[in-house]
Write a protein that binds this ligand. Sequence first.
Ligand SMILES: [Zn+2]
Length: 1153
Amino acid sequence: MSVNQQAHTGPPYGQPQPGYQGYQQPAYGGQSLPGVPQLQYGAYNGPMPGYQQPVPPQGYFPSLGFPSKGSPVSLNSDTSSLAPNFIGSLRAPPTSGAPPPASGASHPSGHLAYSQFEHGDVQNGIPASATPMQRPPASQPFLPGSAPTPVSQTSAFQQYGPPPASVQQLSNHMAGMTIGSATASAPPPAGLGYGPPTSVPPVSGSFSATGSGLYTPYSASQGPPPTSVSQGLPLAQPPFPGQTVSTQRLPTQVPGFAPPPPSTGVGPSSYPPTTGAPRPPAMPGPPLPGQTLAGPPSSQPNHVSSPPPPSAMSGLHPGPPMSGLQGPPPPTHPPQPGYQMQQNGSFGQVRGPQPNYGGAYPGTPNYGSPPGPPPPPKRLDPDSIPSPIQVIEDDRSNRGSEPFVTGVRGQVPPLVTTNFLVKDQGNASPRYIRCTSYNIPCTSDMAKQSQVPLAAVIKPLAALPPEETLPYLVDHGESGPVRCNRCKAYMCPFMQFIEGGRRFQCCFCSCVTEVPPHYFQHLDHTGKRVDFYDRPELSLGSYEFLATVDYCKNNKFPSPPAFIFMIDVSYNAVKSGLVRLICEELKSLLDYLPREGNMEESAIRVGFVTYNKVLHFYNVKSSLAQPQMMVVSDVADMFVPLLDGFLVNVNESRTVITSLLDQIPEMFADTRETETVFAPVIQAGLEALKAAECAGKLFIFHTSLPIAEAPGKLKNRDDRKLINTDKEKTLFQPQTSFYNNLAKDCVAQGCCVDLFLFPNQYLDVATLGVVPYQTGGSIYKYAYFQLETDQDRFLNDLRRDVQKEVGFDAVMRVRTSTGIRATDFFGAFYMSNTTDVEMAGLDCDKTITVEFKHDDKLSEDSGALLQCALLYTSCAGQRRLRIHNLSLNCCTQLADLYRNCETDTLINYLAKYAYRGVLSSPVKTVRDALVNQCAQILACYRKNCASPSSAGQLILPECMKLLPVYLNCVLKSDVLQPGPEVTTDDRAYIRQLVTSMDVAETNVFFYPRLLPLTKADVDSDSLPAAIRNSEERLSKGDIYLLENGLNIFVWVGVSVQQSLIQNLFGVSSFGQISNTLSALPVLENPFSKKVRSIVDMLQGQRSRYMKLIIVKQEDKLEMLFKHFLVEDKSLSGGASYVDFLCHMHKEIRQLLS
Ligand SMILES: [Zn+2]
């Protein structure tokens, strides 16, 4: 008998069985509420007997049966059992009309499980997940918390005016330049530094396009009125790191800048690029993913700013960057009074009404710049340009205290860096969906004119903080979810019931559909169903439906998924201690597999394989006294030599599994085999899942380039000479299409691959990563893995990866209201058609970015709607649909678009777009395109939204004032501008990683968080205020922490007090601090505790355990650290923030002239 057969028969998991009736879903995902055993969502689940919903066949139909089990084969030999052709098309081509099942996402169950694991160990997980998410008992009304008052819930959204201008900014005076101009004419709404003192209030009201200034509470920095920051960028000399810019401000600066002052200590010369940075003992690995040590400036035409070292200049065009960039300094305005006193970090932005803006200020003539006498050029003060820190702090103080209630259309949420609670009142939480703009141009022409990409960053299975409610699970019984007859959109708060409730009109396609008898309900006097608040799908933005068998592959409910652990046991893996480490860890980790609801044990079965040039399968059937190994040496046509006993229940086979894990390290202790295969390993896992007729995940622990003779064999084709050539793109492309085909087969089976790499040299991440990437899996890389320093990081990653919430065999479709449609997708998935995103696995950290384009006009009245539907199989084998809905405003005025943008999301999109672009275009082309697009975005604003002002002024939309600084970070990233120390594998790794990142991750990845630890208040839980990423902000008497989601650096200044060193490192002097520490020593004093708690907290916020690196000022490793001081010029040629801003200004002026 084969394993698979057993699998389906047993309903042990309480999962829906074929003939399921009125399936009551026990506790919905994840939470383990012992006390609340079966939550029945009575209110909305009752399946209505009798009613058969005409569910359109979904895209899943059973195409070929599962080729399942091959006949058991004999060990060592042979071959063939499953012809490759079987693989493949399990899923029928999606029928066009019938929307494929929306697929789902992941879930709750994961959360729970996660929390059960020793908390201490889970620190790397998302904090939220650490606490059990509890789903309110069924009886609980759906209006979580905030009793949605009917008012806010009405489907007719109230239009809300953008919230008032952000007050916070008011205080800032812009750095001198702009102020002047701004002040002058504008009836300024809230202007900061200028004229009218703080007139905040007016702004919001006035600007709201639609009038009701009702929604003021959320005003904050976003959405607000057009703020344009105006700043005159004079051309000035870019400050260099290390110098205090402020003091250098030269009031009168001339266009041609003076040559940049020699940067102190930053020059390339100081850091011989060659220092083996990549593997200093301290850093076992090469720099970290993503990071580059700066190298000689590469030729980057666009924004080079200071005179690069001669050597680097080859490709640059603009000569001395500075001067070139800024042409003659536009006459700028005389410094305004406020000019001298700039406040730290505040950019003088003035937010005021824009001329064209909705007529609110009809005659506002020159808002921004009073024509003043051209001021003498001045040096650009770094404190005068938009500060990310200031923006983040302002948003926190303005929006962090109140919950974000989603009942209003087109509301811009708080920034990802702000802690806030979300109350779902009809639109999906920003934790699930964030948009580049919450106000979409009504026409395609407007959209093209602005060049602002319209995109949504969707994280369907996002983990939520414990205070928020997980999506409710709605069970409509055998009839399944109610959907529009034409477009197949799922019932949602925006559907309009008509004819007394007998029919509903689709909010996406306008088609009218009969309400199924079992779903009928009367309407109240406002036209709303009287059960509105009792049904999540009518009142909430996010919820889940239990899927019927029609949504299942082969019309059969799925079996619970399986996890297969596949361990490389070649020489390097054994010698480094890795094999033993993995086996030891699995013994305990297997007790923490994801489980659903109140299930006592996980439904996931496990299997084990080890390999080098051949594969070893293990029979761990519970009835065996000892595990049995079966070797398959013919890897040319992989098959699984055993079916029964390969995938087992952990508890039933615990003794045998433990014995196996004890034996593996011993069995291979003396191996001399250095070669490995790779593709056959994936094929073996795939075949095993096929045989078991289930979806699942392969955890592959691999160490080297697979050069052994086998399918998918690779050669070392690394060639750094290709950098900056037209062939550079080949470094990011797989060297063979073999893996693409394999990935396709894996997706068809729901076989997700998570790959843990431990390379000591090039192993071609670009190729090995294809399957993990296309199956929705993850890649982790530990270069030069050393037990002592990397063990904790690897184990934390592994624990989190194994336990996290994950959905399988997922298909996601995004529907939109007429007028726009999803046209492009970015992320880790596979697409077999143009609309459905398929993922063999989708976990709570994976994000899909979707771009939209117009295909018709939109109307301001109806706005635009998005519905993301994810069909997936939960960790217990339950088929579900997770639905997220979001309503956006539409505008006819460009100013409305610019006022409702979100730069962090825009950067997420642009980075992914660029990172995909390097696969097909020269990197330089990609960088130039990014700069050009952003210049067009800002030029369009300047031309159409800002009031006329001097060309010498750079005026930035309030919501996009950080676009230049963040864009520069993307341009300087290792993928687009690598330093000499960045390896080809690092670049490929980062490229794939960023592609699945959410907005919070891209935000901190591109603009790291820098905290002065010595300023931390040891008596409070708060973090010290972050500072800008520039060397000139560092004091040699302090200790700082910098994190970017992958690494945490602790930088120690040379003059730090001896007592602080003693307290933090336990040594008596700076010289004794070891830079090879991978963790801070545990010392019993307030400072040590505080710092360690900060580190733990940060680790808990990220999806991966960050590598801790101690950097001593003036030490060799400091070069690596400086690479992350992204406002400074980088050694690899990246421009400083100031220089780049000047460059953007020049680009914008060219577009306007
Ligand atoms: Zn429809």
